[in-house]
Ligand binder design. Structure first.
Ligand code: NAP
Length: 296
């Protein structure tokens, strides 16, 4: 049986897995660590191509949090009509710059640019988004490397809010390389020890599959896909999805109904989104350690 500590609860009695609060704890912890080391320069560099408004906001938030964490940041902005060579040259410069520890290329890139070729230029030590082929390979092989920030943030939430994973059934909805696939790998890793099922749009009886689960992680991008009938009483439900609807931004989980049944639930917003940024800061400090800029 999953046990939960004395955490804040929703009206229906579920533990509220507060991503803003945990992100703030992580950022404050990193700041304290950097301070205690005499403030070595830890640098996160971002690359933004084009004028996509949400991407601009995401990047701005990342810089703000980096500053709060006691890091310095650099930003390279390229116009919408930048060529593949322009973007690759910008990333190559950052890869070669010993003063830069983490590189984040904000995705998606404008149409016509090949993101894979750009990501290939990010060295694994600096790949704080954990999305390159080599970082994913390290995750699969169980070698030291950076783990993608969103699934890592989900793991931090489960851990912080006392959600037992060992021997539990987990269902991840969505199989992207950004979220679902690494999420399943993390849940099934030794030490975490969940039995993880990867569900997707061809999964038959998704509600029935989810009802078996002690942990549901919804990363499909389908507004309010997970209703109360998907949820076993007491299960932990984590909402990763973000859909822009007429009602505003909506998650994959029907929060109002599900919080009546779940044992723990993430709010939306305020759950996995802030944790993604918190884990980016964690990865950036780890990158500086891997590169020898900060003592281990
Ligand atoms: P994606 O690449 O579009 O993948 C979506 C996955 O969901 C696919 O595997 C798809 O299955 C599956 N899916 C779609 N509809 C489904 C349904 N009705 N039933 C079951 N599975 C279904 O998206 P992504 O990049 O993984 O992102 C997923 C969501 O998370 C998006 O809303 C995105 O905005 C959000 N997101 C949030 C954060 C955060 O920080 N909170 C970070 C990243 C992404 P098939 O493979 O069969 O097509």
């Amino acid at each position: 049986m999953t046990t939960y500590d004395d955490f804040e609860r929703t009206a229906g009695g579920a533990v509220l897995m507060d991503g803003n609060k945990l992100r703030d704890e992580i950022v404050a912890g990193i700041r304290a660590k950097i301070d205690s080391l005499g403030n070595p320069a830890v640098c996160l560099a971002t690359v933004l191509v084009g004028a996509d408004k949400p991407s601009q906001i995401y990047v701005r938030n990342k810089h703000r949090k980096a500053e709060e964490a006691g890091m310095i940041s650099r930003h390279v902005e390229l116009a919408e009509d930048a060529t593949q060579d322009d973007v690759e040259n910008a990333v190559r410069d950052l890869a070669e710059d010993s003063g830069v520890h983490g590189i984040l290329v904000q995705l998606p890139l404008p149409a016509g640019l090949d993101a894979e070729r750009v990501l290939d230029l990010v060295p694994p030590e600096k790949d704080v988004d954990g999305l390159t082929e080599r970082s994913m390979g390290r995750l699969v092989r169980g070698r030291v490397g950076h783990v993608p920030c969103t699934p890592l943030g989900v793991m931090r939430l489960l851990d912080r809010y006392g959600v037992e994973t060992s021997g539990k059934q987990a269902v991840v909805i969505g199989r992207s390389t950004l979220v679902g696939l690494p999420q399943v790998l993390l849940l099934g890793r030794k030490g975490c020890d969940a039995t993880a099922t990867l569900a997707h749009s061809r999964t038959s009886d998704l509600a029935g599959v989810c009802r078996q689960a002690d942990i549901i992680i919804a990363a499909a991008g389908m507004a309010r896909l997970v209703t109360a009938e998907f949820v076993k009483p007491g299960a932990a439900v984590v909402d990763v999805g973000i859909s822009r609807t007429e009602d505003g931004i909506v998650g994959d989980v029907d929060f109002d109904a599900v919080q009546e049944v779940a044992g723990a639930i993430t709010p939306m917003p305020g759950g996995t989104g802030p944790m993604t940024i918190g884990c980016l800061m964690e990865n950036t400090l780890a990158a500086a350690r891997m590169l020898g800029a900060v003592p281990t």
